[in-house]
Each structure stands twice: as structure tokens, then as C-alpha cells.
Design a protein around this ligand. Structure first.
Ligand SMILES: Cc1cc2nc3c(=O)[nH]c(=O)nc-3n(C[C@H](O)[C@H](O)[C@H](O)COP(=O)(O)OP(=O)(O)OC[C@H]3O[C@@H](n4cnc5c(N)ncnc54)[C@H](O)[C@@H]3O)c2cc1C
Length: 542
């Protein structure tokens, strides 16, 4: 329909959780020509669409940026592997598919920090607009939206027992963590649709891709936002090994994610002056907050040997069971491969005096010795895991370019475990996960705690284990944060301060990480941003 040099109304850089939503919504009324640029390839790969295929994408360079952090000072200099989707759908094409919004109070806190319009009452309509809830519409849920949210297709015996044990350990039962109340134990819902992963590429681009006014370019990496007279007027990108330029009549919307977005802004001269000078990039606007305020959940995993061969390990490690599970999936799209495996969990408080949960326990139907850039390797015995995730960590880090080469990865620093409170909360989380494993409901199932093992007993033991084994929970946010203050990168309408026609829309805009998973909040942000962009263009929000 157009050539690459054509002028578009909107250019969206990055087709991830947020970018697919924005491109689909802006092209919906047919009045605007939209270009969607994605550095990765199409999502036509078998394992992307199989929910249990998640582990296979964890370290696959064909769909994954496979970033690595800089050494972490409080983790004995360990670096932390950072998978991120590099494919249509972005990280929603490789993530664990847990549908979790966080606590209502998280959003009220955003409002208190100057993000007008982002309190719970104002964001709930956009969570609902996105949603197609399997259980139907309600006060808290939407039906008929693009994003299918499903109950677990498989009831794992072990997950049922674990929930029962959590209740025996004193947690209330909770059958909807995205409803009125967050505390308690229960089943998780997932962004899957009839046994398939429901990424934003599937949910939003599926139909939209056929629109004549939407051009989707894959293997096209944005290298610079072109800024003239203080306004964004286009994007330079590399596709097919060639540098190319597209012009934007309306706006440029950067959706590169928590690492890609600050990197692209910095390469375009918007960022901390000292960093830009170091790499010889002309400063368009000196903004120290671009790439600052990186925040992520931190977690430690407990692994248990199971007395019965009923775990995912037993399927992965047994060729006959593996073949049967594969056949069941291919023929009927059911069985263990149709489950995302992160099927149950709990929210709890590390200290009863807290006003809301600061711990998430994730139960998974498998256990493994390690997960890093070499992949995920199941234990050779029946096993399951419980991750204790700290949802309100104090650490703040940075994402800065470390080369003027736009194709080089940025430097990522988290600064995890900088406070005593972080260590204490995680210790409480691990103790709770262990307590649950000792309850009667699990006595016929738990053979032993394999990781960290019962030798870890005192506070000092737990701290050592946390520093040695703790990991990023892969929910980084904040590197282009919005706020009411002048230091914030974005105003609450997600416009870059001091640069016209330029917005950022993705997880990087969050002023603090919500107490849950981050895909649903990112999609909510993209829905709300799209409505604001259309409203500012005079063609209605909603
Ligand atoms: C392994 C893993 C498991 C997870 N599990 C869950 C889960 O179960 N539930 C949950 O809610 N959250 C989960 N998350 C987190 C969640 O998926 C992310 O927070 C969310 O997808 C972020 O969306 P985004 O739009 O900000 O970024 P992304 O989805 O990463 O999108 C950014 C896109 O921009 C592209 N891009 C970057 N730079 C450029 C450029 N210069 N030019 C062109 N394109 C570019 C990227 O290739 C990518 O497609 C998980 C994350 C990981 C890594």
C-alpha cells in the first residue's frame, strides 16, 4: 500500500505487549495510516503458541533478545539473565501467561505520585475493555475484548493439594486474584485461548493485520527518532540490513519495552547528558530520568521432590509420556501442554502490619536445577516448585547505552537487595512456602525440600541463600516513568516532556511496579494510551 519512505499518521516502534495494542487501536477507525516496526520476526513458530512451550522460548535467540545484566553488587557480583521477546507480540509471545493486575492500591499510589487519571477507578475500565473473561463480565471483569483470559484447562492434582495446604497454613481461599481482594490462595488464570497462548499479536493483530491502513514491518529495528524543531517527525530504522526512514505526520509512539525504549530515546539524544556525551550523541534534551528508576520484583525458588510421578518433570523425562502429551495436544489441544503450568499461587503479607500483600507465591508443576541463558533443565525426578516473590522491593537501577551502536545491548543494573526490608520480606516468603509444604494436605506428596534444603534454617542462612540464588522475576518497569513532577520522563498523558509528538507506551512508563505480574497492566496502559492519542487527535477515546 505504501513505500517505506511514505509518510504515516502514526509510527509505532516495537510490536510487543503494548505496541500491538496501540497499532491495532490507532488503525481501527480506518482514518489513520499506521506503521508498526518490530525488530524481531513473525510469530509463526509452533512453540510460541503452545502454552507449555514457554520453557523452550526462554533462551531461544530466534525470538528472544537474551539480555544479561551487569554484575549485581549485593548478589556477590552475579549477573542476571534477562529474556525479552524479540518477535511479534514481544514478551507476551514468550512469557508465562499469568493474568494478574496487581493491587488496586498500586494504581491509587500512581495517582498520589502525580499520575492524574491512573488511579484504580480510572484504570479499571481499560482492564475491562481489553478483557474477554472466560467467566463472563462482572464488576471487575470485561467480556468481548480482544484479550482472552482463561481458567486453567487442566486441574493438576498437586496444585489442588498445594492450595489446600496453603489454606491449612492460614491463608484464606481466593478464587479471583483480579477481583475485590488479593490476599489468599487459589488458581491463577492465564492469557490463553482454547489451549493456545494469547499474546497481543494473536489478540490484537490477528484481524488488524489485514487493514489496508496498517503496515507491519518485521525485522525492522528503530535506530533513532528523528526530531526537528523540538518535535518527533519520523523514525530511522534498519531493515534488510539497510538504513531506512519513515516520516510521521501525527506522532511517534515508542513501545520498545523497558530496555528498548530508554535505549532508543538515548540514541535519539534524549537522556542523561553525561551518558550521551560519553558516546558522542548530540543532546536534544538532557533528561536524567531516561533509563533511571528501573524496578523489578525479586524472587527465590523452593524446589520439592514429589513422592508421586505426577509432575511435568515426569512427562518431560519420559519419552512415552512426552509423546502421548504431544499427541493429545496436537489432536485435541488439551492435556498438560495446553496449561501454562503456573497454575496456582497465593498473595500474603511478610508482616501482618502491612496494609496489603507484598508477597506472591507461584506454584509450578515442575522443578529444575537452574534457569539461565542455557535454558530451563528439569530435575530428573518428580518435582514441583514454589517461587517466593517480593512485590515491593526497594532497589532502583538503570538502563544506559554502552555503545553508540544502536544494535548493541544496553547496560542493565538493578541494585537488588539494597535494604534490610528486602531481605526480611523474602525470608518471610521462603518460610511461608516451607510452612505450606509441611501441611497435612501435602504429606502424601512432599518427599523432601531440595532447594534451598532444610539445612537453611536461621535468618543468616536464608539471607545467604537469597543472595546466592535470588533472581529477577522478569517484571522490570520504570525506565521512562510518567509523573506529575518535572523530573519524570513523561507527563500523565505519556508525552515526552519537552519534545512534541512523541510518546512512550509500554511497561517502562510505570512509576512503580504493581504487586502482581506486568503483562495485563502493560496492556491496560496501551489501551488507555490509545484512547488518549485518539482523543488528542479529535477522534474520540473510549
Ligand atoms: C520469561 C518471562 C515470563 C514472564 N511471565 C509473565 C507472566 O506470566 N505474566 C505477566 O503478566 N507478565 C509476565 N512477564 C512480563 C511481561 O510479559 C512484560 O512485562 C510485558 O510483556 C512487557 O511489555 P512491553 O510492551 O513493555 O515490552 P515487550 O513486550 O518486550 O515489547 C517490546 C517490543 O519492542 C521490540 N523492540 C525493542 N526495541 C526495538 C527497536 N529499537 N525497534 C523495533 N522494535 C523494538 C521488541 O522486540 C519487542 O517486541 C514475563 C516476562 C518474561 C521475560
Amino acid at each position: 500500500m505504501t513505500t517505506d519512505k511514505a509518510t504515516f499518521d502514526y509510527i509505532v516502534a516495537g510490536a510487543g505487549s503494548a505496541g500491538c495494542v496501540v497499532a491495532a487501536r490507532l488503525s481501527e477507525n480506518g482514518r489513520y495510516r499506521v506503521l508498526l516496526l518490530e525488530a524481531g520476526d513473525s510469530d509463526r513458530k509452533f512453540w510460541i503458541h503452545v502454552p507449555m512451550g514457554y520453557a523452550r522460548l526462554f533462551a531461544d535467540p530466534r525470538v528472544n533478545w537474551m539480555f544479561e545484566s551487569e554484575p549485581e553488587p549485593e548478589l556477590a557480583g552475579r549477573t542476571l539473565y534477562q529474556p525479552r521477546g524479540k518477535v511479534l507480540g514481544g514478551t507476551s509471545s514468550i512469557n508465562g501467561m499469568v493474568y494478574m493486575r496487581g493491587n488496586h492500591a498500586d494504581y491509587d499510589e500512581w495517582r498520589q505520585r502525580g499520575c492524574t487519571g491512573w488511579d484504580w477507578d480510572n484504570v479499571l475500565p481499560f482492564f475491562k475493555k481489553a478483557e474477554d473473561q472466560e467467566r463472563g463480565a462482572s464488576e471487575y471483569h470485561g467480556a468481548g475484548g480482544p484479550l482472552r483470559v482463561s481458567d486453567q484447562p487442566v486441574r493438576w492434582e498437586l496444585a489442588e493439594r498445594w492450595i489446600a495446604a496453603a489454606i491449612e497454613a492460614g491463608l484464606p481461599a481466593n478464587d479471583d486474584f483480579n477481583g475485590e481482594r488479593q490476599d489468599g490462595a487459589g488458581h491463577f488464570q492465564s492469557t490463553t485461548n482454547r489451549g493456545r497462548r494469547w499474546s497481543t499479536a494473536a489478540a490484537y493483530l490477528g484481524q488488524a493485520r489485514n487493514r489496508p491502513n496498517l503496515m507491519v514491518r518485521t525485522k525492522a529495528q528503530a535506530t533513532r527518532v528523528v526530531i526537528e524543531n523540538g518535535r518527533a517527525v519520523g523514525v530511522e530504522y534498519v531493515a534488510d540490513g539497510r538504513p531506512q526512514t519513515a516520516r510521521a505526520r501525527g506522532e511517534v509512539i515508542v513501545c520498545g519495552g523497558v530496555y528498548g525504549s530508554p535505549q532508543l530515546l538515548q540514541l535519539s539524544g534524549i537522556g542523561p547528558g553525561a551518558v550521551l556525551h560519553e558516546y558522542g550523541i548530540p543532546v536534544v534534551r538532557d533528561m536524567p530520568a531516561v533509563g533511571a528508576d528501573l524496578q523489578d520484583h525479586f524472587y527465590v525458588r523452593l524446589a520439592f521432590r514429589c513422592k508421586k510421578p505426577i509432575t511435568m518433570n515426569d512427562i518431560v523425562n519420559n519419552p512415552v509420556k512426552r509423546t502421548l502429551a504431544g499427541a493429545q495436544y496436537v489432536l485435541f489441544r488439551s492435556g498438560p501442554l495446553s496449561s501454562n503450568g503456573v497454575c496456582a499461587g497465593a498473595f500474603a503479607r511478610s508482616d501482618p502490619r502491612l496494609d496489603r500483600p507484598d508477597l506472591q507465591l507461584n506454584f509450578t508443576t515442575w522443578s529444575f536445577a537452574g534457569r539461565d541463558r542455557t535454558g530451563v533443565h528439569a530435575h530428573p525426578f518428580p518435582g514441583f516448585s514454589v517461587s517466593a516473590v517480593h512485590l515491593r522491593p526497594d532497589g532502583r537501577g538503570t538502563v544506559h547505552i554502552k555503545s553508540r551502536d544502536p544494535l548493541a545491548p544496553p547496560a542493565i543494573r538493578f541494585n537488588f537487595l539494597r535494604s534490610r526490608e528486602d531481605v526480611q520480606a523474602l525470608t518471610a516468603g521462603m518460610r511461608l512456602a516451607r510452612k505450606i509444604s509441611h501441611q497435612p494436605a501435602l504429606s502424601d506428596y512432599v518427599a523432601e525440600e531440595v532447594l534451598p534444603g532444610v539445612a537453611v534454617e536461621t535468618d543468616a542462612d536464608f539471607e545467604a541463600s537469597i543472595r546466592q540464588n535470588g533472581l529477577s522475576n522478569l517484571h522490570p518497569v520504570g525506565t521512562c516513568r510518567m509523573g506529575g513532577d518535572d523530573m519524570a520522563v513523561l507527563d500523565p498523558r505519556l508525552r515526552v516532556r519537552g519534545v512534541g509528538q512523541l510518546r512512550v507506551v509500554d511497561a517502562s512508563v510505570m512509576p512503580s511496579v504493581p504487586a502482581g505480574n506486568t503483562n495485563a497492566p502493560t496492556i491496560m496502559i496501551a489501551e488507555k494510551a490509545s484512547a488518549m492519542i485518539l482523543e488528542d487527535a479529535g477522534t474520540g477515546g473510549g
